[in-house]
Design a binder for this molecule. Sequence first.
Ligand SMILES: [Zn+2]
Length: 430
Amino acid sequence: MKTLIRNGRIIDPANERDEVGDLLIVRGRIAEAGGADGQEPELEEIEATGLIVSPGLIDIHVHFREPGFGWKETIASGARAAAAGGFTTVVCMPNTSPAADNPSTIAWIKNRAEETAVVNVLPSGAISKNLAGEELAPIGSLVQAGVVAITDDGHCVQNNELMRRAVEYARMVGVPVLDHCQDYNLVGNGIVHEGYWSTLLGLPGWPSAGEEAIVARNILLADLADHRIHCQHLSAAGSVRLLREARTRGVKISGEVCPHHLALTDESIQDFDSNYKMNPPLRTERDIAALLEGIADGTIEVLASDHAPHAGFEKEVEFDRAPFGIIGLETELGLFLDLLVHKTGTIDLPRLIRMLTVNPAGLLGIKAGTLSFGATADVTLIDPDLEWTVDPETFQSASRNTPFAARRLKGRAVRTIVRGKTIWKLQAEG
Ligand SMILES: [Zn+2]
């Protein structure tokens, strides 16, 4: 089976390629174009004039709720949401039930993904048993079982000595450590950014220092262990400053930013709508400016969604009782294109694609995120100028918890291809 994607703008940052041309896929792999002349009976042709032909996008931070919480999202529904958002590879977080802190749960997730997921679902494993931060998970066995990273996401190991040993084990077995940065003593029961709005509304504050303290800790431990720690969903200006300084010294520290921390501020919480409740919380214009600066100068080199599905009945309760998090896979690319490329000009299209393909692949050390000849044909076609309105009712995700309903966005994935096969295609509106 052959597929020829015709006349698109091929952007493949791994190969510094940016040109209009044809992309040929033969038996699920990228092949040399020019071999196909349109005469072959089995040739599928896809017209891509005006479209970006990108390596399949990678999101290293999603919560698919299996095992344990299938009413929020299953691996199957989460994978369909990924496909609809243009993502062909995702890394799912270990805060399931049971937690992904043992090889048999990893095997279960991999098996479930193989049987039900339309995209590549790569498991991460826990740092500590049951994500409790007290005793290390069997990191070596987790890696043997197939995890691509370790993280206690949703939780944060508070004991610095335990975290040091986790980073040293991770170095021995060759996976990065991803960390949700939250100092429990500083944050306490905080649920929104500590500042003007938390004071006015009388909601417990989650100070920026609660994130920055752990970013600083991670810099020290990455330096000490000489191994990669990647700080997840950064929200605070001070975190960017710390990261920038450490990276110029060559410390193996990195960070990611999610769309909501760029699109929204803590001002949004004044209606007590729990779709604006996330962890870390929405912060201020000043923080957004610092995150944009960090993206522009390369301090931040990975973008992710923190796709966190919750059912309506769980989110539709008092603000302080609602769970943290929003879904993100189906609005992620549109928001990043809109905010980073179209509205602010923070980065150009090739940089955006780099941050969603080769950079996360490099962080994880996985073979993905490129259109090199012979590579697996995971490809995303993007219309960077398509204007659309977010309608959660059309989402593939099993959940609807998004603050972006009715938002107008510019830019969207229009076709998602995994191993040479179209697994999702945008239907014309109307
Ligand atoms: Zn988190």
